[in-house]
Design a protein around this ligand. Structure first.
Ligand code: 3PG
Length: 306
């Protein structure tokens, strides 16, 4: 089988070698399309692929229609909002993700962003420490749990809210469970977003919610830009000059944030959360193994479009 790895933002070379070794072992052929700049390159490359491994690459109906031989797409990562899963289902194409494989990398970056923020973006002026501060984790999934683990090392007081995770499970891990996201925002000095981008969550991080934060609050986003109501957040940051916003995904209103919240805003130029050799190896090799298991045994354990 031809397995196309199409990554506009490439994996570390060591991860590509690992993916190749897995696929070779199963008798499959790896085809690599990295750093492509035009949609047409992807459309051409998928034409004869039996399986596809992607990251945040956009797998639209147009791409799926061009992929005449395609049986399975694996998103090497957690969020699969970049793939038209319903259209893939209509076409009988299995879509899978590799949950948990890159979550430590994302969680570590949360603290990279936070230390940068509390130390005033390294401008030489006295900042603050994370120790003793209240951290709110919005959604207690794989990334949220890793954030909690690391936050314990920083000596933070940890709170979490997750609409789908029972409070007892959160409490058992030594984290305070709150009743709703409003309570999380009003309780915590720092709120870290780990919700997926769904119809329910898009633009849900709005002015009303963030304005509940205490003086000097920090919002950190390593999830998806779509969950934030950017117009409202820019407006709030203008009014509340005590708040900071740090993000691992450049908002559409990046220039406005940079101007209106000057000195209180930072965005990575490209999504960096999962961009470590370890995360690339974990997610890339998991994707290759899942494809091997699909072709060998019809295994669809990680299918997200059943
Ligand atoms: C994910 O959903 O797994 C992360 O956002 C990582 O995305 P990336 O593979 O584009 O870095």
């Amino acid at each position: 089988m031809k397995i196309l790895v199409a990554t506009e933002k490439p994996f570390a070379p060591v991860a590509v070698n690992g993916i190749k070794a897995e696929l070779d072992n199963a008798g499959h052929e790896l085809v690599l399309l990295e750093k492509y700049t035009e949609k047409q390159q992807l459309l051409d490359a998928v034409a004869n692929a039996d399986a596809l491994i992607v990251r945040s690459d956009k797998i639209t109906p147009e791409v799926l229609d061009a992929a005449k031989e395609l049986k399975i797409v694996v998103r090497a990562g957690a969020g699969y909002d970049n793939i038209d899963t319903a259209y893939a289902k209509e076409k009988g194409i299995v879509v899978e993700n590799t949950p948990g494989q890159n979550s430590n990398a994302v969680a570590e970056l949360v603290f990279g962003l936070l230390v940068y923020a509390v130390r005033n973006f390294y401008n030489g002026k006295a900042g603050t420490e994370l120790k003793g501060k209240k951290l709110g984790i919005l959604a207690y999934g794989n990334v949220g749990r890793n954030v909690a683990r690391i936050a314990k090392g920083f000596g933070m007081d940890i709170y979490a809210y997750d609409a789908f995770c029972p409070k007892e499970v959160i409490e058992q891990s030594g984290v305070h469970a709150v009743d709703n996201q409003e309570e999380l925002f009003s309780t915590c000095d720092v709120v870290s977003l780990h919700i997926p981008a769904t119809n329910e969550t898009k633009k849900s991080i709005n002015k009303e919610l963030v304005s509940k934060m205490k003086k000097g609050g920090i919002l950190v986003n390593t999830a998806r830009k779509e969950v934030i109501n950017e117009e409202e957040l820019v407006a709030l940051l203008q009014e509340r000059t005590d708040l900071k916003f740090v993000t691992d995904i450049k908002p559409d209103l990046d220039a406005e944030f940079a101007e209106k919240a000057e000195g209180r805003y930072f965005s990575t130029p490209k999504k960096m959360g999962a961009q470590t050799a370890e995360a690339n190896i974990n997610a890339g090799i998991a994707a290759a193994k899942q494809i091997n298991a699909y072709f060998a045994e019809g295994c669809t354990k990680f299918q997200v479009n059943k």
